[in-house]
Design a protein around this ligand. Structure first.
Ligand code: PLP
Length: 287
């Protein structure tokens, strides 16, 4: 396995960053998670656009043009000779001193990791998963925009811990007003009477790239899709619930906080969307 680290391709053992890197000291940095399906990078441009926008938002200047960095990602994929993979692209503020001041960091650190990934075991895509809602809240969009994929993922980590303690695979965060925001690293959708709902970005959800793809697919299939705020109650009484994300893809939810969703099996709409999504991810990729 070859990892790109600041201008060099190194082995996993040699892929080390300094303890003075502000990504490590302060979570000062940004990242992207991207998928490779059958050798094609899925929605590469959208991921790169989001990365550069995250950088702009936190005043972190990525030391490559978008075109150069895209080339480096493709080169890392090619060097690893892997057809189905997950790409983790990390840009941190770089090496500074113990002080917070980012202006002491001379150059951002750039890391590209490509490796196989399956966050949920295969059979869960057939059976659906059980989730809970947790006490951890999504940070307010006016504090730090959820559109910034920063290295500060402590909320999301706490959501995962709460899910683990509840013995389920994933959990939903609410926002500060109690509206359903999103999962630890995935967006949430509900289906009610043939209409598909997902929370709008201002509720405190990252407007995920898989989310956009699913909205497009759903509209193509003739569904009405509404970006609308909803509560836990709406989730409990939905006909179907599913999550979307680069890592999660599209996964059905069959139980939320002990309430069985629909018939307790993945619903027809979710199954249809997953089927079309799986077909499209191969067709839409950048070779
Ligand atoms: N929400 C959060 C907090 C995430 O980190 C992610 C993962 O990127 C998502 C949602 C899903 O977004 P995407 O479909 O772009 O991967």
């Amino acid at each position: 396995q070859w990892i790109y680290l600041n201008g060099h391709f190194v082995t996993k053992e040699d892929a080390k960053v300094s303890v003075y890197d502000h990504g490590f000291l302060y979570g000062d940095g940004i990242f992207e998670g991207i998928r490779v399906y059958s050798g094609n990078v899925y929605r590469m441009e959208e991921h790169m656009d989001r990365l550069y926008q995250s950088g702009k938002s936190i005043l972190l200047q990525i030391p490559h043009t978008q075109e150069e960095l895209t080339g480096l990602v493709l080169e890392t994929v090619a060097r690893n000779n892997i057809k189905d993979a997950y790409i983790r692209l990390v840009i941190s503020r770089g090496i500074g001193d113990l002080g917070l001041d980012p202006y002491n960091c001379k150059a951002p650190s750039v890391v590209i990791i490509v490796e196989p990934l399956a966050i949920f075991p295969k059979h869960l895509y057939e059976t659906g998963i059980e989730i809970v809602t947790v006490a951890t809240r999504r940070n307010r969009p006016d504090v730090l925009s959820p559109m910034v994929k920063s290295l500060n993922y402590l909320n999301n980590v706490l959501v995962r811990i709460e899910a683990h303690l509840a013995n389920v695979n994933e959990a939903l965060m609410l926002n500060d007003q109690g509206y359903v925001a999103e999962g630890s690293a995935d967006n949430v959708f509900i289906v009610k009477k043939g209409c598909i709902y997902t929370p709008p970005g201002y509720i405190g959800a990252l407007e995920g790239i898989t989310r956009s793809a699913i909205i497009e697919i759903a509209k193509e299939l003739g569904y009405e899709v509404k970006e609308q705020a909803f509560t836990r109650h709406d989730v409990y009484v939905a006909d179907e619930v599913f999550l979307t994300g680069t890592a999660a893809e599209v996964i059905a939810v069959i139980k939320v906080d002990g309430r069985t969703i629909g018939e307790g099996v993945p619903g027809e709409t979710t199954k249809k969307l997953l089927k079309v999504f799986r077909k499209k991810v191969v067709e839409d990729g950048v070779p």
